[in-house]
Design a protein around this ligand. Structure first.
Ligand SMILES: O=C(NCc1cccc(CNc2ccc3[nH]ncc3c2)c1)c1cc(-c2ccc(F)cc2)cc(O)c1O
Ligand SMILES: [Mg+2]
Length: 214
């Protein structure tokens, strides 16, 4: 049967990247998406903004919602201090299987805990399953209609502390209007928009960085 796009992306990584070299894995995926097939990775332009926020926060506890093929997982994990792990949630088992292999090819498997399941089910389990008290950094890149219910879930589960940073992808395209309205209107968040473009295109998109004020 015909391969899937994530499987073809994995093949491109295995062919063009150097094992154990995260930068080469990132470049191989970006090349594949620019010259072979578009895919919904955060991409190089928004990825550079992601890098700068992760570097600024230098988080000890990290959660990613929406692993897909592991591109942003690799971008984040390569910047974490030794001993720090990131938890990434992926609903689609086929995506998770490819992501696991791409993360391992980058040599970052010891810095990543990939969990299969949905944010709505797993967020309430973070404390008991992973011994998390609060998250320093959260990257939202999953189903766009889940951003708002999930930020409310983080509040209800006491998973945010003064200074916790949430960075949301695709707030313009496909768009997350209810989430944007919430974080920009709420007195409990300090929000900032980083303009960019939809990965590998000229279409307007951007990232919203929201700091929880406690
Ligand atoms: O929709 C998007 N991404 C989310 C997504 C999408 C599909 C499957 C999953 C399955 N993974 C999943 C689901 C639910 C979950 N709950 N907890 C974890 C978890 C994990 C996730 C997206 C779309 C576009 C886009 C497409 C087309 C176009 F024209 C313009 C833009 C660009 C992006 O950058 C995007 O990020
Ligand atoms: Mg995205």
């Amino acid at each position: 049967t015909r391969s899937t796009r994530p499987q073809r992306m994995l093949k491109a990584v295995q062919k063009n990247a150097t094992k154990g070299n995260p930068k080469s894995v990132i470049s191989a995926i970006d090349y594949f998406c620019k010259h072979s097939e578009w895919a919904m990775n955060v991409g190089d332009e928004k990825g550079s903004i992601l890098d700068s926020v992760v570097t600024e926060v230098n988080p000890s506890t990290v959660l990613e919602l929406g692993t897909y093929c592991g591109y942003s997982t690799v971008r984040i994990a390569r910047l974490l201090s030794p001993g720090t792990k990131l938890i990434t949630l992926e609903f689609n088992p086929a995506n998770a299987a490819v992501a696991k292999q791409i993360i391992a090819y980058a040599g970052l498997q010891d810095k990543v805990i990939l969990v299969e399941g949905s944010s709505g089910d797993l967020i309430p389990q973070m404390k008991e399953r992973f011994g998390i008290t609060t998250f320093d950094f959260i990257f939202l890149d999953h189903w766009k209609d889940r951003y708002l219910p999930d930020i409310k879930l983080f509040e209800e589960c006491g998973l945010l502390r003064k200074g916790s940073v949430l960075l949301a992808d695709n707030v313009i395209c496909p768009g997350t209007p209810e989430y944007l309205e919430y974080v920009r209107k709420s007195p409990r968040y300090e929000s900032k928009y980083f303009p960019a473009h939809l990965e590998y295109t000229k279409v307007e998109d951007g990232l919203e960085k929201s700091v929880f004020l406690g």
